[in-house]
Design a protein around this ligand. Structure first.
Ligand SMILES: *Cc1c(COP(=O)(O)O)cnc(C)c1O
Length: 222
């Protein structure tokens, strides 16, 4: 994809976000577009950087460590979000590289992240991931476990800013987005990481503050 295509796709996504925000009486500026660049090579990312996109998401610590230091050297204002599951033994690496972590979902990870932040001095914003459809095999804490996990994370001093979820595939996502928004409100959290290529519009109308968009920006992943 060349720079013009990237700029065009970026403009189309920004337009979608803007229209959905307007529909809900929200400011488009209240929604951060996280360009999910997992599996994409630096050559595919560069045109988006050139088009002005600065916030990116990756789902693997190692892959991000391989790609981003070189890109960041040229674009120092890049903001990196980790949107994939995180193993506790990678917490230190994640804290060193990322500016936000969307996948805080269990007590052992809270402990590992708190220790890594105390040691490294960096404090990436944290989203607690909720398994909003209570699906087996899916990342995120159970809805029932959210209060205790949030209490632990706050006690440990993690900078928890919001909730994140991926609703079940192939069903209407709106009720799940609405539930996530309610859970956030109930717990005094203002940020909502929800919405992907197929459902970002619905997510924005229901309060998303970060949408995580891969395919619609980069094309299908290999
Ligand atoms: C891959 C991924 C995305 C982006 O999905 P698309 O459908 O390609 O937009 C968003 N969130 C998470 C957690 C992902 O793993």
């Amino acid at each position: 994809m060349d720079e013009q295509d990237s700029a065009g796709r970026l403009a189309a996504i920004r337009d979608r976000i803007g229209r959905a925000a307007k529909l809900a009486g929200r400011e488009a500026a209240a929604v951060t577009l996280v360009a999910v660049s997992k599996t994409q090579e630096a050559e595919a990312i560069e045109p988006l950087l050139a088009a002005g996109q600065r916030v990116f998401g990756e789902n693997r610590v190692q892959e991000a460590e391989a790609k981003w230091p070189a890109l960041r050297a040229r674009y120092p204002d890049v903001v990196l979000h980790l949107v994939g599951q995180l193993q506790s033994n990678k917490a230190g690496d994640a804290v060193a590289l990322f500016d936000a972590i969307h996948s805080v979902d269990r007590p052992s990870l809270v402990t590992a992240l708190a220790a890594a932040m105390a040691k490294g001095g960096r404090r990436p914003e944290c989203f607690v991931q909720v398994n909003i459809g209570d699906e087996a095999q899916k990342g995120g804490c159970a809805v029932a476990d959210l209060p205790a996990l949030l209490a632990q994370a706050r006690e440990a001093g993690l900078p928890v800013v919001g909730l994140m979820a991926v609703p079940p595939a192939e069903v209407e996502p709106a009720p799940y987005f609405a539930l996530l928004a309610k859970l956030a409100r109930d717990h005094g959290l203002t940020r909502l990481s929800m919405g992907m290529s197929g459902d970002m519009d619905t997510a924005v109308t229901l309060g998303a503050t970060e949408v995580r968009v891969g395919t619609a920006l980069f094309g299908a992943r290999a």
